[in-house]
Each structure stands twice: as C-alpha cells, then as structure tokens.
Design a protein around this ligand. Structure first.
Ligand SMILES: *[C@@H]1O[C@H](CO)[C@@H](O)[C@H](O)[C@H]1NC(C)=O
Ligand SMILES: *[C@@H]1O[C@H](CO)[C@@H](O)[C@H](O)[C@H]1NC(C)=O
Ligand SMILES: *[C@@H]1O[C@H](CO)[C@@H](O)[C@H](O)[C@H]1NC(C)=O
Ligand SMILES: *[C@@H]1O[C@H](CO)[C@@H](O)[C@H](O)[C@H]1NC(C)=O
Ligand SMILES: *[C@@H]1O[C@H](CO)[C@@H](O)[C@H](O)[C@H]1NC(C)=O
Ligand SMILES: *[C@@H]1O[C@H](CO)[C@@H](O)[C@H](O)[C@H]1NC(C)=O
Length: 531
C-alpha cells in the first residue's frame, strides 16, 4: 500500500468498487466486495497472501503491483482457474501463453520499449546504455528494449544492472562504470520507489550535464504525477530528461474521477497524488464487474470444487486442501477477454494477442518545476505531435518521414541534440588504415612504422579531424610495403575484422593522362563512425 503506485491504485480501486455498487446497470442484485491484501513488495508475503486470498473463494484477482510477484501468483491462479487482472505488472515476459489466467489491464513494456527505440531511432543514435533494476521487471523490460532496438539497427552497448535494495555506493559504482563507456544515451528502467536515487548519484558524477541523453520509462512519470508538493531541489537533478507516460485520452470522466480521487485523498490524509496506474486500477475493477455481470447473466453459477492434488497431508498443518478450483473459471476468463467498454484509460478491449488495444505513450520533457508534452508514440503511427486518438481514423503512417516530436531541451539546458556518444576514456583510438601504393606518392606515402604517413589525402584527413568540436585520437596503420599495390579485398576485410576502425581507399581515376580527382573514400563498419 505504501508505494507510489500502491497509494494511487488502492484508493482508485476502492472508489471503483463504490461506483460499481452504486451503478444500477451493472451487478444490480449483487454486491461487489473487495478483499485487499498488502504484499509490501515482498515475493514471500505475496505468495502467502495470494494463497490466503484463494481460501476465500474469490472469482477474480486484481493485482499484484509488482511483476516479480505477478510471476509467482500467476502459477497459483492458473491452477485454481481464477483470472488475474494486473494493472501494474508491465514485464513483457509475463505472457498469456505461459499463464492463460493472466490478463494485463495496462500496457506491456514491450510497447514502451518500442516507443523508446523509436525515440532513439528518431535522433539517429545507435547505441544506448540501459540502467535498470535487476529484477524480473527490469530484466524483462531491457530484453524487450534490445529486441526493439535491433529492428532499428541500434543496440544496447552496455547493461548497467542495479541490484534491488542497493545503497548509494553500489549505484555510484554502476553509474561510474557506465560513464566510462562510449554511449551517452541512458535509458533508465527502474522502480518508482527507489529510482530517483539514480539521478542524484548521476548528478554527483556530473552525468546530468550537456552531452548526455536520459530517456526514462513511465515509472518517473508516476513519481512526478504523485509528488503533491513539487520539490524544486529534486527537480534540479532531472532537468532535460525525456520521460514516457502511458497515454490515456482526455475525457470528462477522467477529470471527474481525478477530482473525486483528490477529494477522497485529502479527507483520508493521503499526502501523495494520483498517477496513471490509478486509472488502470479503476478500469480493472469495472472490467471485473462487467465480466461477472455477464457471467451471471449467462446463467453461470459460482461454484468451487476441491483440487485432488491438494489433499490434506498428515505431516503438514498448512490447510492447503481449503484451496478450491473455481469451476466457472474458464467461462469467466473468456467473458473478461470479451471486455469492451470505454473507461478512464480509453477503449478497454483486448486484441487477439491479449494486449489492450491501441497502446500509446505520452512523451514528456522535464524542465523547470514540471514537464512539457513534446509528443506521443502509438503502436499505430509511431511518433507524432497529434494525439493518438485523432490518428486512428486516418490510415496508419509509421514511415520515418512522418515521425515528429516537438523540440527537446536536453540536460545542461542545451537545445542542440546530443550526438549520443563520446570516445570512451578507456577506449582505443580511431585506427585508420592507410594503403601504401607503389604510385601516386603525392597522395599518400608512408614508411614502415605507423604515424609516419604523409601526402595530400592525409593532410585533408588531419585538417578535417581538427575541425571536429571534440578530440579524436587517431592512429595510422600502414597497409602494404609501397612496392606492390595492396589488394582492396584485404583492406575491406581488415575493417570488417576490426583491425582498422576505418581505412583510406584510393581509387584514382586517370583520364586523358590527368588525375582528375584523388577521391578519398572511407570504409566504415563501426556504428560509432558517424563523423
Ligand atoms: C515492508 O517492508 C519493509 C522492508 O522492505 C519494512 O521495513 C516494513 O516494516 C514493511 N511494512 C510492513 C507493513 O510490513
Ligand atoms: C453449483 O452449485 C449449485 C448449488 O449451490 C448446484 O445446484 C449446481 O448444480 C452447481 N453447478 C455446477 C455447474 O456444478
Ligand atoms: C464494442 O462495443 C461497441 C459498442 O459499444 C461496438 O460498436 C463494437 O463493435 C464492439 N467491439 C467489439 C470488438 O465487440
Ligand atoms: C501493434 O502494431 C503491430 C504492427 O503494426 C500489430 O501487428 C499489432 O497488432 C499492434 N498491436 C496492438 C496491440 O495494437
Ligand atoms: C506519411 O506522411 C508523410 C509525411 O507527412 C507523407 O509524405 C506520406 O505521403 C505519408 N504516407 C502515407 C502512406 O500516408
Ligand atoms: C618516415 O618516412 C620517411 C620517408 O617516407 C623516412 O625517410 C623516415 O625514415 C621514416 N621515419 C620513421 C621513423 O620510420
């Protein structure tokens, strides 16, 4: 209960149960009653409490909040045929194919990571560092991120895993190591209750400065939406971040609910605000209520029967035989999958892959004491500055020219898009292959021994390198002995095998006895070489 998501969701669920019971059109003759359990984010308590809950002959479970506990409880509900509606377990590896009774009533991080990858691709970055909570939720998300980046020819070049319950020193070590790497695009997928510490440590390491890119998943939006009193000191650490948030369309119902939630929170002394997980929790209760309503309307009865595998064991005082299988579980599950209504989160309907239809995210840019909406991502059309619900009527246009976001103010109050990488402190210099030919010595000449190369092409190259706004350490590697022209196939394989980072390649066109143009071509394979 005492977590960023829990505080928002618990009250939202209670308000939803009240609303269902006050509504004469749904479950008119039946009272929906809520049995609440606090797992306190512990897998152990979560397991025990799920079993205790099952003793009470429940027909549906809403929750749990954490993906880790979701994995455990899914085994229980699967065997007892009780549908589990999870409004906050976003780990994409929690799948309906493994756990048929698991229904996700929020968006899977599969979509969120595709949104992150679209942003990375939009700014043409090629490598990112993933900073994540080293638990089911974090690993599941980062694995989806890797897949999503791969489809856009980008990748995670460094994984910075932060073990659960890490202290500041551990976080410091993890970030310090990440900072030694070349990528300056950080994707942070952490937990709302502990994630903010990452930024204060990063700030001390001067990683919240210009040149860095921080893309943060929806957990940070939940924290920002929930912090009733915006703490300006905390905000100063997170200027320039790009943050995702589940997109829920604007509606009167949503505004009314927000007011109601705020009033209820004030009267109960809850000193924290609502976030989008509250909306999903609210809609989950309505989905269950409508499902049960249909189930009863269809003439089904709520019966439970004993599970022969859970016979009473003489050696144990645990009353496992009191766990019963919900006979109508299969029908209830099918009924829930037919859910089709408009809730606070928009259209609540499940596609053939059992995900909520129309997954979409808001993209925010943190600045000053708040954040600015710079666009949206939808599974339908990718990045856009128009709200997703206005796009569904038009044909989908996910082509790269149609992608658009408003301008971002990056960390360090910079409006120039960071190039996303640096030459790493501990990295190798740029190794430049120089083919030494038998002729055209004025273009390139060199003796044995690297760095002893001269000529027109080398002068141009050095001049170009000096023009770059950042230092590029170079090392020349001569190819060939100057007596026989080197074989171009060999040069290409030296680059492919990473003996050289790039290589000169000198096709010289001779036309009417004049050398027309000493064309300098470079061959590159390393994604870093976007000079
Ligand atoms: C919840 O867990 C934390 C440690 O993770 C503990 O300090 C706290 O007392 C627990 N709260 C309850 C209500 O059990
Ligand atoms: C469910 O239980 C009722 C009695 O409570 C019984 O009449 C009915 O036959 C049972 N239905 C099924 C499908 O077992
Ligand atoms: C959902 O309900 C609307 C009417 O409320 C209906 O027009 C639509 O066809 C339904 N969709 C599905 C998939 O059943
Ligand atoms: C997301 O988009 C893909 C590709 O366009 C599509 O196959 C899939 O059904 C969509 N998923 C949802 C939940 O809309
Ligand atoms: C997609 O949008 C781009 C730019 O707005 C436009 O040039 C292109 O024709 C559109 N494609 C389709 C299929 O609508
Ligand atoms: C560098 O190359 C020149 C000729 O190109 C040669 O005279 C000189 O000895 C070389 N120096 C070294 C250190 O290899």
């Amino acid at each position: 209960y005492d977590s960023v998501i829990g505080r928002a969701a618990r009250l939202a669920i209670e308000l939803a149960v009240d609303d269902v019971n006050a509504d004469r059109t749904v479950l008119a003759a039946t009272r929906l009653s809520l049995v609440a359990q606090d797992t306190n984010c512990s897998g152990f308590l979560g397991t025990i409490e799920a079993l205790e809950l099952m003793e009470k002959n429940v027909v549906a479970v809403i929750g749990p909040q954490s993906s880790g506990i979701g994995h455990v409880i899914s085994h229980v509900v699967n065997e007892l045929h009780v549908p589990l509606l999870s409004f906050a377990a976003t780990d994409p590896t929690l799948s309906a194919s493994e756990y048929p009774y698991f229904i996700r009533t929020t968006m899977s991080d599969y979509f969120q990571m595709n949104a992150v990858a679209s942003i990375v691709d939009y700014y043409q970055w090629k490598e990112v560092t993933a900073i994540f909570a080293d638990d089911d939720y974090g690993r599941g998300g980062v694995s989806a991120l890797g897949d999503a980046l791969a489809t856009r020819r980008a990748k995670i070049s460094h994984k910075a895993a932060i073990p659960p319950n890490s202290n500041t020193e551990v976080i410091n070590d993890v970030l310090f190591r990440a900072n030694m790497m070349e990528s300056r695009v950080m994707v942070v997928h952490a937990n709302p209750d502990t994630g903010m510490r990452i930024f204060s440590v990063a700030n001390k390491l001067q990683m919240m400065a210009s040149g860095y890119v921080w893309i943060v998943t929806d957990w940070l939006a939940a924290v920002l939406d929930s912090s009733a009193s915006r703490d300006l000191k905390g905000m100063s650490h997170i200027q320039g971040l790009v943050v995702l948030r589940q997109h829920t369309p604007e509606s009167d119902a949503k505004d009314k609910f927000t007011t109601k939630w705020n009033n209820a929170a004030r009267s109960r002394g809850i000193n924290s605000g609502l976030n989008s997980y509250g909306f999903y929790a609210y809609d989950s209760v309505w989905a269950v209520a409508r499902g049960i309503d249909q189930f009863l309307d269809n003439g089904q009865q709520v019966n439970f029967s004993a599970d022969p595998r859970l016979h009473r064991s003489k050696d144990s005082t645990l009353q496992l035989s009191t766990l019963k299988v919900f006979d109508g579980g299969e029908q209830m599950l099918q009924q829930l999958l037919l859910t089709n209504f408009t809730g606070l989160t928009g259209l609540v309907q499940f596609g053939p892959d059992r995900n909520l239809v129309r997954p979409a995210y808001d993209i925010l840019n943190v600045g000053g004491s708040g954040s600015r909406l710079i666009g949206y991502w939808s599974n339908y059309s990718g990045l856009s500055v128009a709200a997703p619900e206005t796009l569904y009527q038009k044909p989908s246009n996910a082509s790269s020219v149609a992608q658009r976001l408003y301008n971002v103010v990056w960390p360090g109050d910079s409006t120039t898009t960071p190039k996303g990488w640096v030459f790493p402190n501990n990295g190798q210099p740029l190794r430049v292959g120089v083919p030494i030919k038998a002729s055209f010595k004025e273009l390139v000449a060199g003796g044995r021994g690297s760095d002893n190369v001269t000529g027109y092409c080398i002068d141009i190259f050095n001049a170009a390198i000096r023009l770059l706004p950042y230092p590029v350490p170079c090392q020349f590697i001569t190819i060939g002995d100057g007596k026989k022209n080197p074989n171009y196939d060999d040069i290409i394989s030296m680059v492919a095998d990473n003996v050289c980072s790039i290589s000169f390649f000198l096709p010289v066109y001779v036309f009417n006895h004049f050398v027309i143009s000493p064309l300098i071509c470079f061959i590159f394979t390393s994604p870093l070489m976007q000079l």
